[in-house]
Design a protein around this ligand. Structure first.
Ligand SMILES: N[C@@H](CCC[C@H](N)C(=O)O)C(=O)O
Length: 306
């Protein structure tokens, strides 16, 4: 963003946060006006030219009774999405740190329903992530009928995967070792596979025991991240449905650990883990922050660190 353009618009206050290294720019859109076009979100997400983040999280007033806030989520590519588990924990810490609420149990409205955030202690939050959706049209995933494992053609390969929605679409692939899994090759191809009409997050799951797994996730709209909360939930659901996991599982992601509990079909998935604030900042948005600046051709939208 050129200094000239930066001096033209309003100041925006934000907090940089992360959940196990899955990082966020969090904006209170209750006490300040905020609206950005996807181009501007991509610029802010840029790790060299912007703030740098995997997702932008926006706190808005609720639009439903018995709900405390509306929680909006934007990927680094500017797309608005339904769910972000690591973000939900940071959301709970943010609204309390900013004194927008002093509740310990916070109900938030997302694009796919209401989720409940329970603050266990400062910096540790349990999220009721809702009941996973396994019906192909609701994921959405193209399949004639529901199965635990689907075969999907990717070029000349056939990949076996489970498809789960945690409000957002996930594919889960079992691998022998996440360190050597083809995350950067297969991730983008499956993310954009025609059988996932809304694209998907792609998880690579290594089972260590019935209660411990390792996971890497290539996220829709953000690339591989250090952790994905909804991906961890989807992976445990897929592992349980395959009969490989118990109801309570430690998920080791590149950025740290989450505890996931699922009692089986029809039950919500519970996720517990940390939420961390890194710094508070403010930036001056361009006068036309609702966003017309065109990206320079060829510049990556979110340089990955891995
Ligand atoms: N990092 C997230 C998921 C963010 C959204 C995802 N990339 C999507 O497009 O669905 C998490 O912790 O769940």
């Amino acid at each position: 963003m050129s200094p000239q353009r930066r001096n033209q618009g309003p100041l925006l206050r934000f907090t940089k946060m992360h959940g196990l290294g899955n990082d966020f720019m969090v904006v209170d859109a209750i006490s300040q006006p905020f609206r950005l076009r996807p181009e501007m979100i991509r610029e802010l997400a840029d790790r060299n030219f912007g703030v740098g983040f995997d997702q932008l999280l926006v706190v808005e007033p609720p639009g439903l009774p018995d709900v405390d806030f509306r929680y909006r989520i934007f990927n680094a590519d500017g797309s608005e999405v339904e769910q972000c588990g690591n973000g939900a924990r940071c959301f709970a810490k943010f609204v309390r740190d900013q004194r927008l609420t002093n509740k310990k149990v916070i109900r938030v409205q997302t694009a796919r329903g209401v989720i409940e955030l329970r603050v266990i202690r400062d910096g540790v939050v349990m999220v009721n992530m809702g009941v996973p959706e396994l019906n192909p049209p609701a994921i959405p995933f193209a399949a004639e009928r529901r199965k635990t494992v689907y075969s999907v053609e990717v070029g000349s390969q056939t990949i076996e995967l489970s498809a789960v929605s945690m409000g957002n679409p996930h594919a889960v692939i079992l691998v022998d070792n996440v360190d050597t899994a083809p995350v950067s090759e297969l991730g983008p191809r499956l993310e954009n596979h025609p059988r996932f009409p809304s694209r998907a997050n792609i998880g690579f799951l290594q089972i260590l025991s019935r209660s411990r797994v390792r996971l890497r996730v290539y996220e829709r709209g953000s690339g591989e991240t250090l952790a994905c909360g909804s991906g961890a939930c989807a992976a445990v659901v897929a592992g349980c449905l395959r009969g490989l996991l118990d109801n309570r599982v430690e998920v080791e992601l590149r950025g740290g650990r989450l505890t996931i509990e699922w009692q089986g079909e029809g039950s919500p998935v519970m996720m517990e883990g940390p939420a961390t604030s890194v710094f508070e900042g403010q930036l001056r948005l361009p006068g036309d922050a609702a966003g017309s600046r065109r990206r320079k051709p060829g510049r990556p939208h979110n340089k990955q660190r891995h």
